[in-house]
Ligand binder design. Structure first.
Ligand code: FAD
Length: 301
């Protein structure tokens, strides 16, 4: 038996959901990507920890998949194991203003939970289609807010199976960056600190933000959000637009006509289509403006 077969047997015998050859195009917002050799879908922290630690003891570091909304996955798929957090869904109110949630909880659900409890602070995140674990990992942000403004601490499991907590000042948050960008740990739960607010005001701010998203972003097409990070002193979308790329297609990948920061899958796009379009744009922007655009979306192969 090889390590993948041993992982399959161990996880299945623990009654944790495990799928062979899971099509990543069904688990990513871009709708691109070949099969993951094994996909493990734990339902709680205990299952996640057991599966994660067993994989690493077999020398296989699982790729942690949240909601797949910041990913470009290779058409050849992912060799090895994907640990998908989508069924880890617990959210609780710890006290008047503190929420604790599992990593797999969707930001939309967390925002609605905050709204139901008249808690303010998460309005900026309404409409970001990630899980809370993915948003913590990425320090996701929008409309003047970032996850670092509300995260009090994250609990994680190390590959050796140690359950630890990092407080906000230890999380090394930066622009689309956190301590987890480097360490390969599995974030299992997140503590969020909010403030008591007025329900109708929170709701109207959330509605305003979602309307702004709908009017500016090509939400009618599959995508992975902003392709490039914001380069210092510039806006990536503006540079790309000034180079005349809006509407530019390579295969099924198109630079959105609505928002020059987004590449969309207009149907049947492959990973290579997207990468070729990204390379073409980067080369042109470098030549025309001397600015090196850095990818925000993560390439997984
Ligand atoms: P995934 O895409 O699944 O993973 C992203 C990274 O996080 C991967 O490296 C993964 O391994 C890691 N990860 C995920 N969960 C865990 C975990 N539990 N433990 C350890 N590592 C983990 N982003 C913004 O910041 N602002 C926006 O306004 C925004 N708008 C978007 C709009 C659209 C239409 C789309 C499609 C995307 C947008 N995004 C935006 C990008 C994306 O939604 C965010 O980056 C989000 O935080 C990713 O979360 P996810 O759960 O989908 O993570």
């Amino acid at each position: 038996m090889n390590s993948i077969e041993r992982i399959f047997e161990y996880v299945a015998q623990k009654d944790i959901t495990i799928i062979k050859n899971a099509p990543m195009c069904e688990y990513t917002s871009f709708k691109i990507g070949g099969p993951a050799e094994l996909m493990i879908i734990p339902e709680n922290k205990k299952q996640a920890k057991e599966a994660f630690v067993f994989c690493t003891s077999e020398g296989v570091a699982p790729f942690i998949l949240g909601n797949g909304s910041n990913l470009l996955v290779s058409d050849n798929g992912i060799k090895g194991v994907v640990l998908h957090t989508g069924k880890m869904n617990n959210v609780v109110l710890l006290d008047e203003t503190t929420v604790e949630c599992d990593c797999g909880v969707g930001l939309a659900r967390l925002c609605n939970f905050a709204l139901d409890n008249s808690l303010s602070g998460l309005e900026f995140a309404f409409g970001i289609p990630g899980s809370v674990g993915g948003a913590a990992f990425m320090n996701a942000g929008a409309y003047g807010g970032e996850m670092k403004d509300v995260i009090l601490s994250c609990e994680h499991v190390t590959p050796k199976g140690e359950a630890q907590v990092l407080k906000s000042n230890e999380l090394k948050f930066g622009y689309r960056h956190s301590a987890y960008s480097e360490n390969g740990f599995l974030i299992t739960s997140i503590r969020i600190g909010l403030t008591k607010g007025d329900k109708s005001q929170i709701k109207s701010r959330m509605q305003d933000i979602i309307e702004r998203r709908r009017s500016k972003q090509p939400l009618e097409y599959p995508s992975a959000g902003s392709v490039f990070k914001r380069p210092e002193g510039h806006f990536a979308g503006a540079l790309v637009e000034q180079c005349g790329f809006k509407g530019k297609c390579i295969g099924g990948a198109m630079l959105s006509e609505k928002h020059a920061g987004f590449i969309v899958n207009k149907g049947g796009a492959t990973c290579d289509d997207v990468l070729n379009l990204i390379d073409t744009i980067r080369e042109t922007v470098l030549k025309e403006y001397g600015v090196e655009l850095e990818r925000e979306i993560k390439l997984i192969k």
